[in-house]
Ligand binder design. Structure first.
Ligand SMILES: [Zn+2]
Length: 83
């Protein structure tokens, strides 16, 4: 979960605008929420043994993500198919 401003790295938990630089953080928070949802869906699909659905959720997370680790997550699922 993102809890720091992407511009100035101020802690903005509980705010939708950055208390330091005034940046609008709504889109960042929505993106983070979408990532969390996609990640949860991926793990849920994995728990049911549905690798295909897990990979689709991981790819959704990757495309909506600001986090470079998200591509690692998606690549992991892709690797599961290519074994
Ligand atoms: Zn800021």
């Amino acid at each position: 979960m993102i809890d720091h401003c992407m511009k100035c790295h101020a802690d903005f938990r509980g705010h939708t605008t950055c208390p330091r630089c005034g940046g609008d953080l709504t889109s960042i928070l929505e993106s983070a929420q979408q990532q969390d949802n996609a990640r949860n869906q991926a793990f849920a699909a994995l728990a049911h043994g549905d690798l295909h659905a897990a990979q689709q959720a991981a790819e959704r997370q990757k495309t909506s993500s600001l986090d470079p680790n998200a591509s690692v997550f998606a690549d992991y699922f892709r690797g599961q198919f290519e074994r």
